[in-house]
Design a protein around this ligand. Sequence first.
Ligand code: FAD
Ligand code: MG
Length: 346
Amino acid sequence: MVSITVFAKHAATAAMCLLLCGCTTNELGTKNTHPKSREFFAMDTYMTMKAYGDGAEKALNAAEFRILDLEGELSVTDNDSEISALNNADGEPVTVSDDVAVILRKAREIGNKTGGAMDITLYPIVKEWGFTTGDYHIPSAETLSGLLENVDYSRVDISGNAVTLPADFQVDTGALAKGYASDEAIRLFRENGVDSGIVSLGGNVMALGAKPDGSDWRVSVVDPFAPDTDMCILGIRDKAVITSGNYERYFIGEDGKLYCHIIDSSTGCPAESGLVSVTVIGECGLECDALSTALFVLGYEDAVGYWREYGGFDMILVTDDEKIFYTSGIADSFTNVSDMNAEVIS
Ligand code: FAD
Ligand code: MG
């Protein structure tokens, strides 16, 4: 079947925008309040980074280099990447870098804790729907059930840095790799003496410290029903803010339905959980990225259940009937700028 409308996140603006406030005054008397900034394209998305302080230029160079290096390790479309080596290993073990091992372990952990809502072995199904190839179409039920036989995150064997996939299995870390990249960028900011900065990797935002004037970084989350508009503003410091939404990469099928790029491993079809956007706010970008995707698949009840059981993060859930729910930990820093009703989950 031929799709009639296609939207990809990289062609639109980022899912989240930094409210970049020009820091021309310096209330705290910091030496250098003029940021250095960097924009580049990597991991199929626009990335922007901003750092303050004497080490800013060095920090930005190191972070950009690191992100490009990670892309080389992780890209499924690069035949020389470690992920491609794994996907073509035909059941043999592959020795991977610490980066890949850390990401695969986190994917398995979140897979275990979400009953498989996070499943990186869905890659052949993501491909079949056309989300990585651009050949968007609705696969037949037979095709999906055949492909689902080779989907099961728990069969990714990780022993130290040796990883073995069953033959015919393929993985993609796209659901959580940008979160890891943001952790690494911020680590390199710190290592280079930067204590105030912010990165937005295709809308995956992570802030280091406060703004040089001592105030919070202000990050907006877009309205999933009007992706050119802000839905809410958050004040953050030392936190990641990562969103998964059904508006980021999707197509409208001939049946008029919206098919988004986040797949439910129990059906092999785009998740229809009643959520249209999930934003996770926490200290670890890798974890927030993994959770934003997995909680999207789980839906409202199970996402709240997960948050109650494990905690350690905040979240903003938007339902398909246009309601916003957010956890109590961000109540003081959350400003609703949409027409939707926003309610606190406690
Ligand atoms: P997220 O919600 O964080 O992730 C959704 C993505 O995860 C989906 O697009 C799918 O790939 C995968 N996924 C879907 N459902 C699940 C699930 N239940 N469990 C686990 N994973 C799931 N895109 C291109 O089109 N071309 C490229 O060349 C390309 N190169 C990339 C290289 C790297 C290193 C990375 C990290 C990404 C690249 N991408 C590329 C983008 C990638 O394919 C995803 O579209 C993107 O990472 C989605 O991120 P997100 O934040 O929008 O959504
Ligand atoms: Mg994610």
